[in-house]
Design a protein around this ligand. Structure first.
Ligand SMILES: [Zn+2]
Length: 292
C-alpha cells in the first residue's frame, strides 16, 4: 500500500475534543498503538504526521518502529499568533520568535518543519477560507530559515494567493491547496513542490448531514479539476488523507484517498507510477539534513 503523507495521530476522525482530551494528562500509549496497528494492518509503512501540541506524534514516532512504520513528525506545527493553527502547535509574533520555534522543533527531534500560512475551509460559509493569508514575503523568510536549519517545510495552505506565495517561497509540500485556479496548478507543475490535496477531508463529508451537500460538492469538483490538471501537467502530487480529521479515520483514510485518486484519474499503471513518484519525493525530502 501507499504511504500516508498527511496524518494526525492525536485525532480520531470522529470527535476532536474527545480525542485530544484523552492525551490531556500525558500521551496514552494504548491509543497511539491502536492507530499504529491499524496502519500496520493496511500495510502502510510510511506515515508523515502534521504535528500536535501534546507530543502525541512524537510518541508515535518512538513506537512506530515496532510496527514496521517509518514515522516522520514535525513534533508541532508553527503558526503566526492571531492566525489559524493553535490547535496543532505553537505560535510566533515575529521572525525571531519563528526561528526560536524552529530551533525548539529541532531540539525535540523534528524530522521537518510544519507551518500554517492560511486558514481553513469554512464549510458553513460556502467553503470560504477563514482568516487572512500570511504575506508572501513572510512565507519566503519562514521557508528560508527552516531550510538554513536543515529542514524541509510542509505547509497548510489554501487559496490562490496562499498557494502562489508558497510556491514562490520554495515550499517543499503544500497541504490541501483548495481553490487553486488553472494558472496556479500550472505554476505548481513548474516547481519541485509536492501537492498533497487531502481530497477526502472534503469528499467524506458528503451526505454526513453536518454541512450542505451543494457546498461540499462544489469544493469536491474544483479539487477534481485541479487534480486532473496537475496529473496532465505532471506536477508532483502525493497521497495524504489528513487522517484523524473529521470523517477520516486512521483505519481507512489513506485507502479512501487512494480510491478518490483512481476514480478521478483512472486506474492505470501511469497513474500508479505518478503517485509513487510523488510519495518518493516526500520520503526523500522530509528528513533532517535537508539540502546537505
Ligand atoms: Zn492536517
Amino acid at each position: 500500500m501507499f504511504g500516508e503523507c498527511h496524518a494526525h495521530m492525536i485525532m480520531d476522525g470522529a470527535n476532536y475534543r474527545k480525542a485530544v482530551g484523552l492525551h490531556a494528562h500525558g500521551v496514552r500509549d494504548e491509543v497511539v498503538r491502536a492507530h499504529l496497528s491499524a496502519y500496520q494492518k493496511l500495510e502502510v509503512h510510511f506515515v508523515r504526521d502534521g504535528g500536535d501540541s501534546f507530543g502525541v506524534s512524537k510518541r508515535a514516532k518512538e513506537l512506530a518502529e515496532e510496527y514496521g512504520i517509518d514515522y516522520r513528525t514535525p513534533i508541532f506545527a508553527i503558526h503566526k499568533e492571531g492566525h489559524y493553527g493553535s490547535i496543532v502547535g505553537r505560535g510566533f509574533r515575529n521572525m525571531k520568535e519563528y526561528h526560536q520555534r524552529v530551533l525548539e522543533a529541532k531540539s525535540e527531534g523534528a524530522d521537518f518543519i510544519k507551518i500554517m500560512t492560511t486558514g481553513l475551509l469554512d464549510f458553513a460559509d460556502h467553503g470560504r477560507i477563514t482568516g487572512t493569508p500570511l504575506p508572501a514575503g513572510e512565507v519566503k523568510e519562514m521557508v528560508h530559515i527552516a531550510h538554513e536549519e536543515g529542514f524541509a517545510v510542509m505547509s497548510h495552505t489554501n487559496g490562490v494567493y496562499g498557494v502562489q506565495a508558497a510556491l514562490e517561497a520554495g515550499m517543499d509540500s503544500i497541504e490541501h491547496g483548495n481553490f487553486m485556479d488553472e494558472e496556479t496548478v500550472k505554476m505548481l507543475a513548474q516547481t519541485s513542490t509536492v501537492w498533497v490535496p487531502t481530497l477526502v477531508t472534503v469528499r467524506n463529508l458528503l451526505g454526513c448531514g453536518r454541512y450542505e451537500d451543494a457546498v461540499i460538492r462544489g469544493i469536491m469538483e474544483a479539487g477534481e479539476r485541479n487534480l486532473a490538471l496537475a496529473y496532465a501537467k505532471d506536477a508532483k502530487v502525493a497521497l495524504g488523507s489528513d487522517a484523524g480529521a473529521y470523517m477520516v479515520p486512521h483505519e481507512r483514510g489513506i485507502m479512501d484517498e487512494y480510491h478518490a485518486f483512481l476514480s478521478i484519474l483512472g486506474d492505470t499503471r501511469e497513474v500508479h507510477e505518478w503517485m509513487i513518484k510523488g510519495e518518493e519525493e516526500i520520503r526523500r525530502r522530509f528528513l533532517p539534513g535537508y539540502g546537505s
